[in-house]
Ligand binder design. Structure first.
Ligand code: PDD
Length: 294
């Protein structure tokens, strides 16, 4: 079945969907995005993702392309037209199209909206999670507002590529003081020597992950203490367990960091437990029916 993509008011075939060559998303990365998981035909944590999209637009003074209910309708339609049962919805909003010129001021552009729904293999992801993944640490060379989910992703592309070249699946980014900020496309966690889940506290240095936030609540309900505090590579090497969180992989066990095996070198029991119960605790809205709240 051919895939259908929503772009600026139209549902187009994959090969025919496009934006203008002077879209500011293309020329300046003047653009924000979201990735929402679809699990068993349900959107996971859609309210938090759409809240964060609004925040990202607001931080950059990009006008929302439409109301939340209209956006939810487009998500619903795109998921339905592509018959996605498990996978992701990708939303991107750019400031719009104008002759190339750096300043934003005085430009009243109509934003570009793109919505893609893509099926991914749950069983493939589950078998990766059963073994756990390797990560490598690389310097964090990103800008000063990583809390905004922009498409300025070249440092993440380079970090992830060097991870792949080293035979790993993810890169953990290390700031100039030696603290791990987050993964190239995930938040980074360890289970420390005090049996606490530890992840860096929020700031401009990292993305406020939706999976991270929901997991903090899940951990609270299951009686596991969470500390939001930075850790360095040495602390990670000697952690009892480690994992990443993201909408596309939920909780992904990490069994190797650089040259060090973590714990027993297999996914840790706490990590596995959290992965098992995560969806049960998250907000789940049928992907083809609009949540009442919108
Ligand atoms: N990435 N940190 C970064 C830098 C990310 O790009 C992501 C998500 C996360 C996790 O956030 P969340 O739990 O809200 O997905 C943390 C998405 C999945 C991506 O770019 O594909």
């Amino acid at each position: 079945m051919s895939r259908i993509i929503y772009v600026n008011g139209h549902y187009r075939r994959y090969g025919e969907a496009g934006v203008h060559v002077e879209d500011r998303g293309l020329q300046f990365a003047d653009s924000v995005y979201e990735v929402i998981e679809i699990y068993n035909t349900q959107l996971i944590d859609p309210t938090r993702h759409l809240d964060r999209l609004e925040r990202s637009m607001n931080e950059l003074s990009i006008s929302p392309p439409m109301s939340r209910s209209a956006l939810s309708h487009i998500i619903e339609q795109t998921v339905r037209r592509n018959r996605v049962h498990n996978g992701i919805v990708y939303l991107q909003v750019t400031r719009g199209t104008a002759p190339r010129d750096f300043p934003i001021n005085g430009k009243d552009l109509s934003p570009t909206l793109i919505c893609i729904a893509r099926a991914t293999s749950r069983s493939a992801r589950d078998s990766i999670a059963a073994k756990g993944i390797s990560v490598v640490t690389v310097p964090d060379i990103r800008w000063g507002r990583c809390d905004i989910k922009t498409v300025m992703l070249l440092p993440a592309v380079l970090a992830k590529s060097s991870a792949h070249q080293a035979g790993a699946s993810e890169a953990w980014l290390v700031d100039t003081d030696g603290w791990i900020t987050e993964g190239a496309s995930s938040n980074a966690w360890i289970l420390n020597q005090d049996n606490e889940l530890q992840t860096r506290s929020l700031s401009h240095a990292l993305l406020p992950g939706i999976t991270r936030q929901t997991l903090i609540e899940v951990a609270g309900k299951t009686g596991i203490r969470v500390v939001e505090q930075a850790f360095n590579a040495e602390q990670a090497y000697t952690a009892k367990e480690a994992f990443n969180t993201s909408a596309s992989a939920t909780i992904m066990p990490v069994v190797r960091i650089d040259e060090q095996s973590i714990g027993s070198g297999t996914p840790g029991p706490i990590t596995q437990k959290l992965r098992q119960v995560f969806h049960h605790h998250a907000e789940r809205i049928p992907a083809s029916a609009r949540p009442a709240k919108y």
